[in-house]
Design a protein around this ligand. Structure first.
Ligand SMILES: *[C@@H]1O[C@H](CO)[C@@H](O)[C@H](O)[C@H]1NC(C)=O
Ligand SMILES: *[C@@H]1O[C@H](CO)[C@@H](O)[C@H](O)[C@H]1NC(C)=O
Ligand SMILES: *[C@@H]1O[C@H](CO)[C@@H](O)[C@H](O)[C@H]1NC(C)=O
Ligand SMILES: *[C@@H]1O[C@H](CO)[C@@H](O)[C@H](O)[C@H]1NC(C)=O
Ligand SMILES: *[C@@H]1O[C@H](CO)[C@@H](O)[C@H](O)[C@H]1NC(C)=O
Ligand SMILES: *[C@@H]1O[C@H](CO)[C@@H](O)[C@H](O)[C@H]1NC(C)=O
Ligand SMILES: *[C@@H]1O[C@H](CO)[C@@H](O)[C@H](O)[C@H]1NC(C)=O
Ligand SMILES: *[C@@H]1O[C@H](CO)[C@@H](O)[C@H](O)[C@H]1NC(C)=O
Length: 778
C-alpha cells in the first residue's frame, strides 16, 4: 500500500467514520474493489501540473476520423484502470467542459432510445474514463454525525431518510444539480413525470394471469419514488398527499385478489415490490406523514408484506418462498431486496418484530443466492433482459444497506465477479438494440439499468457511469444518488470493441465496428446451455443478431404469452414451453436439424476466439485497418440428436464491414439453416437482397455451391406438436432458410451491408473452422 502520509489527507475520515463511501486505507471517497487502480492515487493525480495534463489529453485524443490504435498504450483499458487519467483533473476544467458539451441526444424511434453520438471529436472531453476528486465530490458526501463502527442490521442510522438517500445526500443535491447537465436534466424529467402521474387516478388493480399484479406493484413504486422525490426537493405537501393516495389505494378494500392476500404473495415478486414502495414512502416522507398515517402504513405493510415475508422463511414448505433456494435469477434479488427496503424503513418503530426478524433472514439469503446470479464472466444467468430486474433488486438492497447500516454487508463483494455485470450489460447492446435472447420480461416501470451507476461508483468503473448516463432510462430518482458527478471522460475511450464471455452457462461473443456510430456493424452470437436460466431462455444454441447501417437485420421474437398454459412449467425436454414457435429452435437464427428442437442437455464448448484487440480512442469516428477483425467458433454438436458433428463460427471481415457465418455439420437428418428478419427479402438462388429502413443488405451462400435461399412466413412447421394455446402472430417477419438433406456440409453465408460509395466488398476464401485465426481470411 502506498504511503500517503506526506499528502494533505491525514487518513482521518472527514465524512464520519461510518460513512459507507469512505475507505480508511486509501482515503478514496469511492472505495475501490476488485479492479484495482493502476496505483496512482487521486491525491497524487491532483499534483500533476494542469498544463501538462491538457497536452496529454490533446495527444491521446487524436483527431476526427483517426485510426484505431491497436494496443495503443496511450489509451489504457477503461474497464481496469481509470486511475491514470489522461484527462483533466482540474475541477474547473472538468466542470466547464461538461457544461459546454451538455448531453447527447437519444434516438426516439428505436425501441431502446439509443443515444446518438455526434461525429465530432473533443479531445478535452472525450478522455479516458475517470472519477475526478473535486470539491464538488465532497458536496456529495459531506460529514455526517452518524457513526457505525460495527455495521449490522441492528445498528441503523437513526434519522430518516435513511434508505438510498440519507439526509446529507439530499442536502447536497441542489448544488450538484446546478453543476451537472445530467443531474439537471434528470431532475427536470422526474418533476415532469411526477406532474404527469399527479393528474392520473391511483393505479387500478388488475390481476394479469401468471404475472400477477407485478405491473401494478412496479407502477405504484415508480410513482411513489417520483412523488417522494418531488416532495423532498420542494417540501410542497401536495406531492406527499398524492403519494399517500397511492399508498392508501394499494391497501384499500377493492385492491388485490382478496383481503388476506392483497399483495398477492403466491407471486411473491408482487409482494416484495409493494413492500419496497411502502418502505420508500415511509422513509422519504417521514417528516410529513402524521403519526396516524405512519401507524396505518406500518400496519398495512406488516399485514400484506412483512408477515407474508416472515411466513416464507419460517413456515415449513411455504411454496411462496421457493425463491429462497434459487440462485440463478431475479426472484431472489427482488424478493429479498423489497423486504429489506421495507424492513429498514420501519424496523425501529415496528412493534411486531417482523422487520427485525426479516433483516436477519433476507441479508444472508441474498448473500447466498442473489449475488451468484452473475456468472464468473459477468453474464446474468437468466437472460440479458432479466438482468434489469435482478440488478435493480440487488442494487436497491445494497444501496439501502449502505446508507442505513453504513455497509453493504457483503452485497457487492461476496461474489468477487459481480462487478463484471456492468461490462456484460454494455457488450450486450448493439447500435440499434440488445442481443436480447430468451424472454423479454414484463413491463419495466421501476426497473432500469441504473444499477450500473451504483456499480460504477462502488467498483470504480467510470466507464459504466459514462455509458449509463446517456441512456433514456437514467432519469429517475435513484440516479440522483447513484451517479457520481465527478465522472469525466468518454466511456468509449480505451474500450475494446470485442468481448467474449466463456462461462459454460452462457458462452457468447460480442463484436462491433464502433461504440459510437449508430450505423456500426455489430454481430453477437451465443452457445451456452439450454437449461439453468430460470426457464426464461429459448432452445437457441447458435442464435445470433446482426446490426448494420442503423438497422437490425437478424433479430429475435422475445417472449411468447406469459399467461399461456404451462409457459413456465420447466425446462425439461418434454416441457410444453418448447412447443411455442418463439421458444422452439425453429424460432431462432440457428441450425434446425431433423425439424426438431435442440436437446435441453446441450453442453456446447467454445473452440476458439480471437480479436485484434482494437480499442476505440477519443474520437467518435473510428476507422479500422482492413485486417482488423474478431472471430468466435463453438462446438454445438451436443445440442442436436443424431448428429456426429456441428460447429458454428462467426467473424468480421474487410475491416469490420462484412460478416461471415460458417457451419460445419455432419448429420443423418435433414438440415435447415434459419435466420429471422424484419427485412423485405428477395432471393435469387444462392444470393438474397434484404431491404429495411431504406437500407440494403446482400447475403450470399458461398458454400455448398448448389445451395439456395428459400423463405417462409414466421409460423410453425406443419409437423410440429401443437401448443395448448395458439402462437402469437409475427407480422412482417420472414424466415430465411437454406434447406439441405442429411449429410456432411460446410455452410458459409456472407453478409455484405451496402455501405455506399467507396465501399469495396470482399469474398473470403474458404477456411475450415479449426483453422480460423486472426489472419486466416486476409
Ligand atoms: C500513467 O501513464 C503514463 C503515460 O502513459 C505512464 O508513463 C505512467 O507510467 C502511468 N502511470 C501509472 C502509475 O500507471
Ligand atoms: C428540479 O426541477 C424542477 C422542475 O423543473 C425545478 O423547479 C427545480 O428548480 C429543479 N431543482 C434544482 C435544484 O434545480
Ligand atoms: C418521463 O418523462 C420523459 C420526458 O418527458 C418521458 O420520455 C418518459 O416516458 C416519462 N417516463 C414515464 C415512465 O412516464
Ligand atoms: C375486504 O373487507 C372489507 C371489509 O373490511 C369488505 O368490505 C370488502 O368487500 C373486502 N374485500 C374483498 C375483496 O374481499
Ligand atoms: C459459471 O459461473 C457460475 C456462477 O458464478 C459458476 O458457479 C461456474 O463455476 C462458472 N462456470 C464455469 C465453467 O466457469
Ligand atoms: C424486428 O425488429 C425489431 C425492432 O427493430 C427487433 O427488436 C426485432 O428483434 C426484430 N425481429 C426480428 C425477428 O428480426
Ligand atoms: C415439465 O413440464 C411438463 C409440462 O410442460 C410436464 O408434463 C412434466 O411432467 C414436467 N416435468 C417435470 C420433471 O416436472
Ligand atoms: C460423418 O458422420 C458419419 C456418421 O457418424 C461418419 O461415418 C463420418 O465419418 C463422418 N464424417 C466425418 C468427416 O467425420
Amino acid at each position: 500500500m502506498a504511503d500517503y502520509s506526506n499528502l494533505q489527507n491525514n487518513n482521518s475520515n472527514p465524512y464520519g467514520a461510518g460513512d459507507p463511501y469512505y475507505s480508511q486505507s486509501t482515503g478514496y471517497i469511492t472505495p475501490m474493489n476488485p479492479p484495482k487502480k493502476a496505483g496512482t492515487s487521486k491525491w497524487v493525480k491532483l499534483g500533476i501540473p494542469i498544463g501538462l495534463v491538457v497536452i496529454a489529453a490533446a495527444v491521446v485524443g487524436g483527431v476526427l476520423g483517426s485510426r484505431a490504435a491497436n494496443d495503443d498504450d496511450s489509451t489504457s483499458s477503461a474497464s481496469a484502470s481509470g486511475g491514470n487519467s489522461s484527462g483533466s483533473s482540474d475541477p474547473g476544467d472538468v466542470a466547464s467542459v461538461k457544461a459546454e458539451i451538455g448531453r447527447f441526444a437519444t434516438a426516439t424511434a428505436s425501441e431502446w432510445m439509443m443515444p446518438v453520438y455526434p461525429a465530432t471529436t473533443n479531445t478535452a472531453a472525450f478522455t479516458v474514463p475517470t472519477f475526478v476528486d473535486t470539491t464538488d465530490a465532497k458536496l456529495a458526501w459531506p460529514s455526517d454525525d452518524w457513526k457505525s463502527d460495527s455495521p449490522s442490521v441492528t445498528n441503523l442510522r437513526p434519522e430518516h431518510p435513511r434508505i438510498i438517500a440519507p439526509k446529507y445526500k439530499w442536502d447536497a443535491l441542489p448544488e450538484l444539480i446546478q453543476n451537472d447537465p445530467y443531474l439537471k436534466a434528470w431532475n427536470d424529467t422526474i418533476f415532469g413525470n411526477a406532474t404527469e402521474y399527479y393528474s392520473l387516478d391511483p393505479v387500478k388493480y388488475v390481476m394479469d394471469g401468471d404475472s400477477g399484479i407485478l405491473d401494478n406493484a412496479r407502477e405504484i413504486k415508480m410513482r411513489i419514488k417520483a412523488f417522494s422525490y418531488a416532495y423532498r426537493m420542494t417540501k410542497d405537501t401536495k406531492w406527499a398527499d398524492r403519494a399517500w393516495l397511492e399508498v392508501q389505494n394499494a391497501a384499500s378494500d377493492d385492491f388485490g385478489p382478496n383481503n388476506d392476500t392483497k399483495w398477492n404473495p403466491s407471486h411473491f415478486l408482487d409482494t416484495a415490490e409493494f413492500s419496497a414502495a411502502y418502505g420508500i414512502a415511509y422513509d422519504w416522507l417521514f417528516d410529513v406523514l402524521t403519526d396516524d398515517q405512519k401507524t396505518q402504513l406500518r400496519a398495512d405493510l406488516n399485514t400484506y408484506g412483512l408477515q407474508p415475508g416472515i411466513d416464507t422463511f419460517t413456515v415449513a414448505d411455504n411454496y411462496y418462498g421457493w425463491w429462497q433456494k434459487t440462485t440463478y435469477g431475479n426472484w431472489n434479488c427482488v424478493c429479498n431486496g423489497g423486504l429489506t427496503l421495507a424492513a429498514l424503513a420501519i424496523v425501529d418503530e415496528d412493534t411486531t418484530g417482523n422487520a427485525a426478524a426479516l433483516l436477519e433472514k433476507t441479508v444472508p439469503n441474498a448473500l447466498g443466492n442473489c449475488v451468484y446470479a452473475v456468472s464468473d464472466d459477468g453474464t446474468w444467468a437468466e437472460t440479458a433482459n432479466y438482468w434489469y430486474f435482478g440488478n435493480t433488486g440487488h442494487a436497491e438492497m445494497a444501496s439501502a444497506l449502505q446508507t442505513a447500516t453504513g455497509s453493504d454487508l457483503g452485497m457487492f463483494d461476496t461474489n468477487p465477479n459481480y462487478y463484471k455485470t456492468g461490462k456484460y450489460h454494455m457488450y450486450a447492446y448493439g447500435p440499434t438494440s440488445k442481443f436480447d435472447w430468451g424472454d423479454h420480461g414484463p413491463n419495466k416501470f421501476s426497473s432500469t439499468a441504473n444499477a450500473v451507476l451504483l456499480y460504477g461508483q462502488y467498483y470504480n468503473q467510470p466507464a459504466y457511469t459514462l455509458f449509463q448516463r446517456e441512456q433514456a432510462d437514467a432519469a429517475e430518482p435513484w440516479s440522483m444518488f447513484w451517479y457520481d458527478a465527478t465522472v469525466n471522460g468518454a466511456f468509449w475511450n480505451g474500450l475494446e470493441l470485442d468481448a467474449f464471455f466463456d462461462n459454460a452457462t452462457d458462452q457468447w461473443a460480442s463484436m462491433r465496428s464502433s461504440w459510437t456510430d449508430s450505423d456500426a456493424l455489430f454481430v453477437a452470437m451465443k452457445a451456452g446451455k439450454n437449461q439453468g436460466h430460470e426457464t426464461h431462455n429459448d432452445l437457441d444454441v447458435g442464435d445470433f443478431v446482426l446490426d448494420a447501417m442503423g438497422t437490425r437485420w437478424a433479430g429475435e421474437y422475445g417472449s411468447a404469452d406469459y399467461r399461456a398454459k404451462l409457459y413456465f412449467s420447466n425446462d425439461t425436454q418434454e416441457s410444453v414451453r418448447w412447443t411455442w414457435f418463439r421458444k422452439m429452435t425453429e424460432g431462432q437464427s440457428t441450425l434446425l436439424i431433423n425439424k426438431a428442437n435442440q436437446l435441453v442437455t446441450a453442453s456446447p464448448s467454445v473452440i476458439s476466439s480471437g480479436s485484434s484487440g482494437t480499442k476505440q480512442g477519443s474520437s467518435t469516428v473510428l476507422d479500422v485497418d482492413t485486417d482488423d477483425t474478431a472471430f468466435w467458433v463453438a462446438d454445438i454438436t451436443s445440442a442436436y440428436d443424431g448428429t456426429t458433428s456441428a460447429k458454428r463460427g462467426v467473424r468480421m471481415l474487410n475491416g469490420r464491414k462484412q460478416v461471415l457465418i460458417q457451419d460445419e455439420v455432419n448429420t443423418s437428418s435433414d438440415i435447415q439453416w434459419r435466420m429471422h428478419t424484419n427485412a423485405t427479402v428477395t432471393t435469387d438462388g444462392s444470393s438474397a437482397t434484404l431491404e429495411r429502413d431504406g437500407k440494403t443488405m446482400k447475403m450470399e451462400i458461398l458454400s455448398p455451391s448448389n445451395a439456395k435461399f428459400t423463405t417462409m412466413d414466421a409460423v410453425r412447421l406443419d409437423t410440429d406438436v401443437t401448443p395448448p394455446e395458439p402462437d402469437q402472430e409475427n407480422p412482417g417477419i420472414t424466415v430465411m432458410m437454406i434447406e439441405l438433406d442429411a449429410g456432411e456440409y460446410t455452410i458459409e453465408v456472407l453478409f455484405t451491408p451496402q455501405w455506399g460509395s467507396g465501399f469495396k466488398a470482399v469474398t473470403p476464401s474458404s477456411v475450415a473452422l479449426d483453422s480460423w485465426s486472426l489472419t486466416s481470411h486476409n
